[in-house]
Design a protein around this ligand. Sequence first.
Ligand SMILES: [Zn+2]
Length: 295
Amino acid sequence: MGNCYIPLALKLYQKTLEKIFDYDWCGLNFYYYLKPHVRRGELLNSNKSNHNVLGILAKYVFREFIYPLDFDPYPGEKCIETCDIDKLKGDELIWHLEFIVGMIKHHANYATDNMASICKHLNRIDDIFGTPEAYISTRQGKRKFTSIYSKVIRDYTKSVIMANENNYCNFVVDRIFLDRQLCHYIAELIKDIGLYGGYNEPPSNWIKRCNIPKKIKSALYKRENQECAICKIPLSLSEMTLDHIIPLSKGGHNDLVNLQCVCNICNQKKSDKLASPESSISSFMSHIHYYKKKP
Ligand SMILES: [Zn+2]
């Protein structure tokens, strides 16, 4: 893992939050990206670690806003392809290369990648930036530019980007998952942008109650500090029951962001009612005060 993993992961985390709280972002593309996964019932039962709403959201934001080369928001299709360089001209070409170089400088895993080779290419690229822009437009300039560009793309970009995409997604999932209220917000957002089903397909037609895998249960149990998320009584793993925060009948879905672990009594009391989840921040945190200096 490169030493810039944390700053870049934080950047993606921030971008993800910025996106989902953006008033102008309707999230419709994200909805199209997410919907097939929900339809196939993959969210909780996939073996892929990031096949949940948060992982899919992080991947979506990464591909749409962080590394947007030819991103196709519809899954199952090609996702990251190299850009067709012939379509780019002059400044666009330079900007594009600059972006790629920036990514490589940030993402190169200096411990394992061949540094001598990376430096050689970066130096050649620096040379290009040092040449007058008009040179890039000449045939010779373009040929030189294209050959370095292709080499860089072929050797580094894909592996570097893909490896980091997974790291980022894990980071985003881990961070958001711990915040139950933020999870609830995302579950509401998804309901609002459309997983509710649209007019001619009520969600009950295609979102079915499913068996929740053991690893999901124990992750939730740990997050709730081994307590009921509602009444806070201590629970053993076998006593806990899972509760859909937004009930399936009201447009909720089967995913980590929409689940909490509660005691049997609270689960029965709640039944199909909507309730805002309590914060998952431990109660001892509420005793921490920030003391203001007296003037
Ligand atoms: Zn309870």
